[in-house]
Design a protein around this ligand. Structure first.
Ligand SMILES: *Cc1c(COP(=O)(O)O)cnc(C)c1O
Length: 421
């Protein structure tokens, strides 16, 4: 079902360079901490005239995140959640590194298949699916999907009877996350038995159970209580005489960084506690943010400035209707922007040691809501300088728009590969 995970970083480099979506594109090898230098070189060589915002995707970071995942959760196969960031080079790199994919729509399924990924590496993980999209899944051979309602069983029986199912349950505890999902997704405990019976009479196979503890969680015990709830569903299926369940899908919610080990430990210890004797258990996950967030850095150009006393106000060419929609939709605060004062301060473009001012940073549209930062300390910058935003890969460009004629849904991406050793 699944190619072996690629562990070695040098092997990863070769693998990724040959990945669909990457192969044939320019990828610049950079030293471990060479990202800002690389971005400056792109600004100077290519963007000086255009001044359009752009992303840098560091494929070395993607490879190292895969190593980190495999190291901490060796028995949990990732199915990357495409909605988090559908950049084709990024998807291709994930495919080459052995990831599966969580797709939520026909277009996401098609974009993953177009990379040469086989349909058995895709899970159609949207609980309520339009008929036409189900027909597409059937036609291309995507044969695993989630559900949490009786109406969905009826549709799948009619349009894709060969599809195996995972019952999505509502995580019992989704406190402590940035974006809870429980209001919209997942069955309640009392709905489990009737739904399993309905699937049984529809002659559909329920292979197992999935959940999502909420995106960007810091409450790792949520994985434990959810895995305990999955166990009760496995037991209910046994009591009903259904074929033995064997897939446990622990969803997403993971963030890369120091805390990841704690999240992984919570998952592992709960699996051990509740599924210790389970023969042939397959554990999968649907991480989005974990892989996408830190792999992308956004470069924006300052095209407007206003001084009001001590306050400095800047206009940049991306905002909350573009990449920074995460401020509204993902409850994010954009991470510390790094100035690149290439026009005003050539001797010290990073503005190290310079006096800072209380600053506001606006996006480009004519909506007052389009505000990226307020009360932020920045050095004095000028029109045509740049602001670089790290960790901008999760739920950013994916939901950008064309509002007000600023096409922040179509920002280009430059590729780099940093040495992680
Ligand atoms: C959005 C989503 C994910 C990814 O969540 P992250 O918190 O980004 O890891 C996983 N599974 C499903 C079903 C989702 O909708």
């Amino acid at each position: 079902m699944f190619p072996a995970m690629v562990l070695n970083n040098h092997k990863s480099l070769q693998t990724i360079m040959g990945a669909p979506g990457v192969k044939g594109k320019k990828v610049t090898a950079i030293p471990k901490d060479g990202l800002t230098d690389f971005i400056r070189s792109v600004v100077i060589s290519e963007k000086q005239e255009l001044k359009e915002p752009f992303y840098v995707l560091d494929l070395g970071v993607v490879a190292s995140l895969m190593d980190n995942w495999t190291c901490n959760l060796p028995t949990v196969r990732p199915f990357y959640a495409v909605k988090c960031n559908p950049d084709p080079a990024f998807l291709g790199a994930m495919a080459a590194l052995g990831s599966g994919f969580d797709c939520a729509s026909q277009a996401e399924i098609e974009s993953v298949l177009s990379l040469g990924v086989s349909p058995d590496r895709i899970i159609y993980a949207n609980t309520c699916k339009p008929e036409s999209h189900i027909k597409c899944a059937a036609a291309v051979g995507v044969n695993l999907a989630t559900f949490d309602s009786k109406d969905e069983i009826e549709k799948i029986q009619k349009f894709h009877p060969k599809c195996a199912l995972l019952l999505r349950i509502k995580a019992p505890d989704d406190s402590g996350c940035r974006c809870p999902l429980g209001l919209k997704f997942g069955t309640l405990p009392e709905e489990v038995v009737p739904l399993l019976q309905a699937a049984q009479s529809a002659k559909l196979t329920v292979l197992g159970v999935s959940f999502h503890v909420g995106s960007g969680t810091t409450n790792f015990s949520a994985y434990r209580t959810a895995i305990a709830a999955v166990k009760t569903v496995f037991d209910a299926a046994s009591r009903l005489g259904l074929p033995k369940m064997h897939v446990l899908n622990v969803g997403g919610g993971f963030t890369a960084g120091l805390d990841f080990q704690d999240a992984a430990n919570s998952v592992k210890s709960a699996i051990q506690e509740y599924f210790d004797n389970e023969q042939g258990l397959t554990v999968i996950a649907e991480p989005g943010r974990f892989f996408a967030e830190s792999a992308f850095t956004l470069a924006t150009n300052i095209f407007g400035k206003r001084v009001r006393g001590e306050l400095r106000e800047y206009w940049i060419n991306d905002g909350v209707y573009g990449s920074m929609n995460c401020v509204l939709n993902d409850h994010a605060t954009v991470n510390n922007p790094m100035p690149f004062a290439c026009t005003s301060n050539r001797g010290n473009p990073a503005c190290r040691g310079m006096r800072t001012y209380c600053s506001t940073v606006f996006g480009p549209t004519c909506d007052a809501l389009d505000m990226v930062l307020t009360g932020h300390q920045l050095p004095e910058l000028q029109v045509n300088d740049w602001l670089l935003f790290p960790k901008m890969g999760a739920y950013t460009a994916a939901a950008g728009s064309n509002f007000n004629g600023f096409n922040t849904a179509a920002i280009t991406t430059s590729l780099a590969y940093s040495d992680q050793d």
